[in-house]
Design a protein around this ligand. Structure first.
Ligand code: PAF
Length: 281
């Protein structure tokens, strides 16, 4: 595996692979890799003969009071994990390599970026869309793989690709969970043991909502009431829990087709997100 800190080196490696006839895959990450990321890499491997992983803690998607400085980093371990998965190139640029001083061009996916995490984290999806667009220009992948845990992010990226005619297939991969249901996230490492136990109320609330809808409940408000009760039993501080159209993220009152239930909650100082599809009976 080659580790490239530069845009030029990464682009050259990708173009060489393509010239050999390889289909090019990309897995964008912010590092501190866990089993969820490894699953993304495996899914990319199944769809491409040459796979790049990017490792970049992207400053433009963090708000001024967020955890950019303390975001977990483990470069040597990430390199070893990527090597173990047969990754061809790890692109690990510095912020200066990714953003030239005075950069003033950004990608904004207007409506999809407004609700849910977009409301709580102004500018977040502009940062995500911009860095993913840049990564697509650098690696020029045929296929790019993202986790469904960041559901809104996945929809934002799909829409950007569609609206800007980017020749990239975007693949979403189901959330990988620990055996007790907790969705894997690099931010889980902020949780104390006691907070981790409390965090299980997120996946419990999602499972309970799924059961309620499968049993015939179609009123979104009633489903959200059940979710709020379970989250408050777990002493999670709710940021949002909303039921939305799975593609447009428009608000939904009646659950008459598959929809997404997305939530964000704080356990202590740690903000966690999770989601599930709700499929009517
Ligand atoms: O999901 C992430 O890790 C990041 O938001 C991404 C897609 C790598 C962009 O920085």
């Amino acid at each position: 595996m080659q580790v490239h800190p530069t845009i030029a080196g990464t682009r050259a490696a990708s173009r060489t692979a393509r010239a050999r006839g390889a289909r090019v895959g990309l897995v964008p990450t912010m590092g501190y890799l866990h089993r969820g990321h490894l699953e993304l890499i495996r899914q990319a491997r199944e769809r491409a003969q040459w796979v790049a992983v990017s490792l970049f803690v992207n400053p433009t998607q963090f708000g001024p009071t967020e955890d950019l400085e303390r975001y977990p980093r483990a470069f040597e371990r990430d390199v070893a994990l990527c090597e173990g998965e047969g990754v061809d190139v790890l692109f690990a640029p510095s912020p200066a390599e990714m953003y030239t001083p005075g950069a003033q061009t950004f990608v904004t996916v207007e409506e999809l970026s407004k609700p849910l995490c977009g409301a709580a984290r102004p500018g977040h999806f502009r940062g995500v869309a911009t860095v993913v667009a840049k990564l697509f220009h650098i690696v020029e992948p045929d296929v790019a793989v993202f986790g469904e845990k960041d559901y809104q992010q996945l929809q934002v990226i799909r829409r950007m690709v569609r609206d800007l005619d980017m020749p990239v297939e975007v693949v979403g991969v189901p959330t990988v969970r620990d055996a007790d249901g907790l969705a894997l996230s690099s931010r889980n490492q902020y949780l104390s043991r006691e907070e981790r136990d409390r965090a299980l109320c997120l996946s419990r609330a999602l499972a309970s909502a799924r059961d309620l809808v499968a049993a015939g409940e179609t009123d979104a408000e009633r489903v959200l009431e059940r979710v709020a009760v379970i989250l408050s039993e777990g002493t999670a501080e709710l940021d949002y829990a909303e039921i939305r159209d799975a593609e447009t993220l428009a608000a939904v009152q009646r659950i008459e087709r598959p929809v997404v239930l997305a939530l964000a909650a704080r356990i202590g100082a740690t903000r966690l997100i999770d989601n599930t599809m709700l499929t009517p009976a």
